[in-house]
Structures are given as structure tokens and as C-alpha cells.
Design a protein around this ligand. Structure first.
Ligand code: PMP
Length: 454
């Protein structure tokens, strides 16, 4: 795309563009990298350097890059009807058909969908919806929402409040009133002498303690990602989700599963809650819904909540100009058709998912590797200073950044959250590409070890 690549692009970017989640002073000094092309699991930057993208963009390019059928579907839709809204008694056929398609992959249990443009908007949407629901069923005091330390639910005011990232709360006086946090099921860092199973129960029971503290009559919902993504691919111990579901049922609290990352095949199931065997009341989605080809998200809504919204609430005063955008909806429909037709969910469940588990586990003989949790194609490598005691290095962010940069120099993109290296490749990745990924990471870990011993 040479027409987009004048030689002084970096200078233009520095002069005019503020990037998300970026220290612009540092970035402008080092110069940004421009990504210009993608095909399959690979992307190329504007200098022609090729990378294996083991992070699927930002956990989202599930069907891989270069799917012309998605582009063509959007092109046709844009020619026929580029835009119309779903307000004032209208909608467009793609929005309706997409809602039906999404519901079909929940066995119809999450029967309805409210469309947004992003995961953050999906968070704001269910947040309001949960409160509206309780008011409509005669419990107007049920407004508090409980979330988790180190969870991530987006960057809007409600999203950043529900997220448990302290460094986000520090910017902009968050969290907003009505949001409380409990601990996370991060056994490696916080489990102490407990077994993972005992620790899973203990942190789940923090929810019960918090509900009792606030009064169940004041609590609307509990939200969590089936597997925490941005927090570091924190896979909860097996005891965690059953205990959470028991508690939310006992106290009549809505359970919200944030499926923005774990939806659409990432864990080898259509949705993460199916992998863990529980049924949420509300579930925000985005990312893999369109594999990032066009922005679209939504909230999947259970029969229980949908019935009240439809029969009791009247007008829900909430919506976005682009809710159910027809071009984004056809892109999502074509993306889901590809996932179905190519059997990508089953492929992740039966083939490349188990293969990634083994490939990452092969790194455990490395002296710097602690745990390697992985489900489907969502995995992590925990770097440790001492395997026996699970001690962490003093500056985990520097450690992760060093390993990530080494991988980048060697043509591999993965993400670092502190001292955890995260994998979330396109669902089409091959076994040999997984081998290549793990081999490059091993070299990066060797380089880290050597740099600390010289
Ligand atoms: N929820 C989760 C679990 C996420 O990982 C993200 C994005 N990484 C969001 C919500 C927010 O989505 P978006 O960036 O599309 O607003």
C-alpha cells in the first residue's frame, strides 16, 4: 500500500497521532513500527520485515489475515447499503441474522444479542443492563458490581473501573462508585503453600465474603473473564468456576462472563464458559466475532434477562449509532461461516490446542520457566527467578519486555504482561509454526539467562 507510506510517516505519526496505551514521549523518540500487510499467521512491516503473529493482532484475528471473502462480503454490503441504524423500529438483515447465528452457538441459551462496536462498549452496555434488569424485577437497590483485581474489561469509564488494574484507576479517579474488587485466581504468584485447588476455592469464596459484606440485596452482578487475558492468561484452578457459580446462584447475583477474548474458538469451544462448564446470565463479546476485520462487539443475553428487558423494561435508553452496523455484521457473519466451515473450533480443541499445551510444557526444563498454563490457543509462559520457591524477578516488566523484544527482533510477535509471555495465535496456526514460536521463545529465554549471569 505504497500510497499510505510516505518516507516521513514516523515523523507525521509523532506530530499528530496519540496511540492507545502508549508513552508517546518514548515512542516518538524510538519511532513507531508500521504494519502494512498480513497473510495467514504472518504480517509484514513497512520495511518488508516478516513476523509470525502469535498474538493474532490483539487476541482477535482468529481466522488469520488475508481472508478476501470477508473483504468481499463487506464490499458488497457497502455498495448495497453502507449504513442504516437499528433505532426507531428498523434494523438491517445482517444485524438480525448475526444475532441469530451467535445465539445458535450457545444452544439458544443466550438467546439475544445487543450490538456494540467494541468490547469496552459491551462492558458499559451490560453494566447498565444489569441495573435496569434488577430495577424492573423489583430490586432497585441491587446496583453494586463486583469484579476482580487484575481483570480487564475495557477502557471506557465503566470498563476501566471494573478492570482491576490499579495503574488505570490512578488515571481519572477510578473506579466509579458502585464497583468493588476481589482477588484473582493467580495461583503461581499468590497461592503460597496452598494447592491450586485449595487456592481456587479460597479466592472464589472471597466473592461470598464480599457479597455478605455489601449485602446481597445491594449486589447486581459479578464479572470475570473465563481466563484473564490482559492480566497474564491466568487460568483458574479447576475448583474456581463451580464455586463462583454456586455463590452467584445462592445470592441471586447475575454472573457476567467477559468473553471478549475467550469467545469464538479461542479455547477450543465456541465460548469460554462452555469450556469451564458454567452458564452466564450476560456475556460481552467482540474481537473474534469479526476476527478484527471490522469493529463489532455485543452482549449476549440469557433468556432470563432478555425476557425482562422485553416484557418489563419498556424503552432501554441505550444504544450506539453503529449498533449492528450492516457492513461489520456481514463481515462477522462471513467470519463465523469460515470458523464453522473450516472446523476451527474443533481444530483448536483436538489438534493445535493440545499441541500448544505440550509445546509450551517442553519449556519447563528451562531454568527461568515456572508454569506454562494453556487452554486451546491461549497460553502463557511464566518467567521465574527461582523455580523451587516461585520467586519473581525484581522488575517483572523489564524482564518481559526484554524477552518480547528479543522475539520481535527474531520475527516473532507475542505479548508480555509483566514477567509472563502470552500466546494467542490465529486459530489456523500450524504445528510447525507452533514449534517455530516455541523455539524462538527458548532462544529469547536463553538470552535473558545469559544476560543475567555475565
Ligand atoms: N474485555 C476483555 C476481556 C478484553 O480483553 C478487552 C480488550 N482487550 C475488552 C473487554 C475491551 O475491548 P475493546 O478493546 O474492544 O474495547
Amino acid at each position: 500500500m505504497t500510497e499510505f507510506a510516505p518516507s516521513n510517516l514516523a515523523a507525521i505519526d509523532a506530530a499528530h497521532h496519540i496511540h492507545p496505551f502508549s508513552d508517546m514521549h518514548k515512542l516518538n523518540a524510538s519511532g513507531t513500527r508500521f504494519i502494512s500487510r498480513g497473510e495467514g499467521v504472518h504480517i509484514w512491516d513497512s520495511t518488508g520485515k516478516k513476523y509470525l503473529d502469535a498474538f493474532a493482532g490483539l487476541w482477535c484475528v482468529n481466522v488469520g489475515y488475508g481472508r478476501t471473502s470477508i473483504a468481499e462480503a463487506a464490499f458488497r454490503q457497502m455498495q448495497e447499503l453502507p449504513y442504516y441504524n437499528s433505532f426507531f423500529g428498523t434494523t438491517t438483515p445482517p444485524a438480525t441474522l448475526l444475532a441469530q447465528k451467535i445465539a445458535s452457538h450457545t444452544g439458544g441459551r443466550l438467546s439475544h444479542v445487543f450490538f456494540t462496536n467494541s468490547g469496552s462498549e459491551a462492558t458499559d452496555t451490560w453494566f447498565r443492563m444489569a441495573r435496569v434488569y434488577w430495577k424492573a424485577v423489583g430490586h432497585p437497590l441491587k446496583t453494586m458490581v463486583i469484579a476482580r483485581t487484575n481483570g480487564y474489561h475495557g477502557s471506557t469509564v465503566a470498563g476501566a473501573s471494573l478492570g482491576g488494574m490499579k495503574w488505570m484507576h490512578e488515571q481519572g479517579n477510578l473506579p466509579i462508585a458502585g464497583v468493588q474488587h476481589i482477588g484473582q485466581p493467580y495461583w503461581y504468584a499468590e497461592g503460597g503453600d496452598l494447592t491450586p485447588e485449595a487456592f481456587g476455592l479460597k479466592v472464589a469464596q472471597e466473592l461470598e465474603a464480599k457479597i455478605l459484606d455489601l449485602g446481597a440485596e445491594n449486589v447486581a452482578a459479578f464479572v470475570a473473564e473465563p481466563i484473564q487475558g490482559a492480566g497474564g492468561v491466568i487460568v483458574p484452578p479447576s475448583t474456581y468456576w463451580p464455586e463462583i457459580r454456586r455463590i452467584t446462584e445462592k445470592y441471586n447475583i447475575l454472573l457476567v462472563a467477559d468473553e471478549v477474548i475467550t469467545g469464538f474458538g479461542r479455547l477450543g469451544s465456541w465460548f469460554g464458559h462452555q469450556h469451564f462448564g458454567f452458564e452466564p446470565d450476560l456475556a460481552p463479546i467482540a474481537k473474534g466475532l469479526s476476527s478484527g476485520y471490522l469493529p463489532i462487539g455485543g452482549v449476549m443475553i440469557s433468556e432470563r434477562v432478555a425476557k425482562v428487558l422485553i416484557e418489563e423494561v419498556g424503552d432501554f435508553h441505550h444504544g450506539f449509532t453503529y449498533s449492528g452496523h450492516p457492513a461489520a455484521a456481514v463481515a462477522a457473519l462471513e467470519n463465523l461461516r469460515i470458523i464453522e466451515e473450516e472446523g476451527l473450533v474443533e481444530r483448536v480443541r483436538d489438534d493445535v490446542g493440545p499441541y500448544l499445551v505440550q509445546a509450551l510444557a517442553s519449556l519447563r526444563d528451562h531454568e527461568l520457566v515456572g508454569e506454562t498454563p494453556s487452554v486451546g490457543l491461549m497460553g502463557a509462559v511464566q518467567i521465574t527467578a527461582d523455580k523451587a520457591t516461585r520467586r519473581r524477578f525484581d522488575k517483572p516488566d523489564d524482564i518481559g519486555t526484554q524477552v518480547r523484544n528479543h522475539c520481535l527482533d527474531n520475527g516473532l510477535i507475542l505479548r508480555a504482561t509483566g514477567d509472563r509471555m502470552l500466546f494467542s495465535p490465529p486459530l489456523i496456526i500450524s504445528r510447525s509454526e507452533i514449534d517455530q514460536t516455541v523455539e524462538t521463545l527458548r532462544h529469547a529465554l536463553d538470552a535473558l539467562r545469559d544476560s543475567r549471569t555475565v
